[in-house]
Design a protein around this ligand. Structure first.
Ligand code: KIV
Length: 269
């Protein structure tokens, strides 16, 4: 019989209770090995639909499918044991009706074992968020710049430059919180608006390109590791793995070509 207590993951109520407390550390991950590394430091791992661009080379998140999210969600769950894993609902999998959203969110939860789903949109998604949360599916909201709506928003633009737009953004976040979301990603908004949204909702806000006024932060892992090509201006690169990976591959190629690899003993036995 095992005497070791199982490691418990962070839950939606625990994340929700962090409002106004120590900032919540969140990062994306899409694979088991990266999830294992992030798991040591973050409370929330997001399997973001940014995987469409980061992993699959798509031009945007629009082509990401439910199957892709489930496959990467399973990998991230296998690689982590402590962080809460949140999985993005991809474009087209939840907007039609609360029933459609529930069917697909239930599949994500059942087939991955993740702790929550995330979906984009403010007041217009409130009915759906309520439908999911009342039926046992924790939901993380996502307001401000919502990349799945890039075609109607006209690109990736900072939201709230014009103060007259603020009430609508604040009302969006309030509607999402009132509907039962346990936390809300606030993306690409002016600092003063991020502050107002954070004050206006009783659940933690998790900022990306939205200043340190939020209750936590999230970044795309590959962006902050320096593995992505072009990254948004707000991203701070905490590593330079892109150039270092390139140098390692170049060194390998050179070693193969000059026959210095494999050397003595570098064979399967
Ligand atoms: O898809 C994603 O990675 C996201 C984060 C950037 C918030 O939604």
């Amino acid at each position: 019989m095992s005497t070791q207590a199982p490691v418990k993951r962070y839950t939606a109520p625990q994340i929700q209770a962090r409002k106004g407390d120590t900032p919540i550390v969140s990062l994306t991950a899409y694979t088991a090995p990266m999830a294992a590394m992030v798991d040591k430091h973050a409370e929330v791992i997001l399997v973001g639909d940014s995987l469409g661009m980061v992993v699959h080379g798509l031009p945007s998140t629009i082509g990401v499918t439910l199957e892709m999210m489930i496959l990467h969600g399973q990998a991230v769950m296998r690689g982590s044991e402590r962080a809460m894993v949140v999985i993005d609902m991809p474009f087209g999998s939840y907007e039609e009706s609360p029933g459609q959203a529930f069917r697909n969110a239930a599949r994500i939860m059942a087939e991955t074992g993740a702790g929550a789903v995330k979906l984009e949109g403010g007041a217009r998604m409130a009915e759906t968020i309520r439908f999911l949360t009342e039926r046992g599916i924790p939901v993380m909201g996502h307001v401000g710049l919502t990349p799945q709506a890039t075609n109607t928003m006209g690109g990736f633009k900072t939201q709230g430059r014009d103060e007259s737009d603020w009430p609508a953004h604040i009302a969006d976040a309030q509607a999402v919180a009132d509907a039962g979301a346990f936390s809300i990603v606030v993306e690409g908004v002016m600092e003063a608006l991020a502050e107002r949204i954070t004050e206006a909702v009783p659940v933690p806000t998790i900022g990306i390109g939205a200043s340190n006024r939020c209750d936590g932060q999230i970044l795309v892992l590959d962006d902050m590791l320096g593995l992505s090509g072009r990254v948004p201006r707000f991203v701070r690169k905490f590593g330079d793995l892109g150039p270092r990976t390139d140098a390692a591959i170049a060194a390998y190629a050179e070693a193969v070509r000059d026959r210095s690899f494999p050397g003595d003993g570098q064979v399967y036995r």
